[in-house]
Design a protein around this ligand. Structure first.
Ligand code: MN
Length: 187
């Protein structure tokens, strides 16, 4: 073992989390001392819907000097994240439950402690397929672009794939109108 460099995570400046805590217990459902937030701060939109998603921001939004934000998402039974794309990438690690993840034309069955990498600008969606909460860590760049919905052409391309079509959660009106793009969504 070599000594960590001076700028390793062990040597972070003495800065927040705001409440000064350095340790948070995860009981399998909640993170001690972290208030859950609604996924995208706005109600589920009919054009880019999501369902039963709660976000815990663990690191990065209370002044920590990080280039990343570490979030934990919990998707309830029957829930799903919005179908979206963006320039920043995802490296998601599942902590509990079972789900399917659409990444472009691929669909992955995931369980603890699987990793899913979502490349830049590939459409993706997380769907809870089990009867327990589906929870995963999702670090992202602190400085990142806003998620976008898909164009009509992108959606039609995805829906041409029967494996994706079976898993994807989108509004009925979009499936019946392939030229109708999904509006951009807030993050
Ligand atoms: Mn995303």
């Amino acid at each position: 073992m070599t000594e960590p460099p001076d700028d390793s995570s062990c040597e972070l400046p003495d800065l927040p989390p705001k409440d000064g805590r350095r340790h948070r217990h995860f009981d399998g459902v909640t993170w001690d001392g972290v208030t859950p937030q609604v996924y995208k701060r706005a109600p589920s939109s009919p054009s880019a819907p999501w369902r039963d998603v709660v976000r815990y921001t663990l690191v990065g939004e209370t002044g920590e000097p990080t280039a990343f934000h570490l979030r934990y998402f919990e998707i309830g039974e029957g829930g799903y994240s919005s179908l979206e794309k963006h320039r920043y990438v995802h490296a998601v690690v599942v902590l509990c439950g079972q789900g399917k993840v659409i990444v472009g034309h691929e669909v992955f069955d995931v369980a603890p402690f699987d990793l899913v990498y979502v490349p830049s600008l590939l459409p993706h969606q997380f769907v809870n397929t089990g009867s327990e909460p589906f929870g995963f860590l999702c670090p992202v760049d602190a400085d990142r672009d806003r998620p976008q919905g898909l164009s009509g052409a992108e959606l039609a391309d995805l829906l041409s794939d029967p494996v994706v079509r079976e898993v994807v959660r989108i509004p009925d009106r979009v499936t019946s109108s392939k030229t109708d793009p999904i509006d951009p969504v807030r993050r």
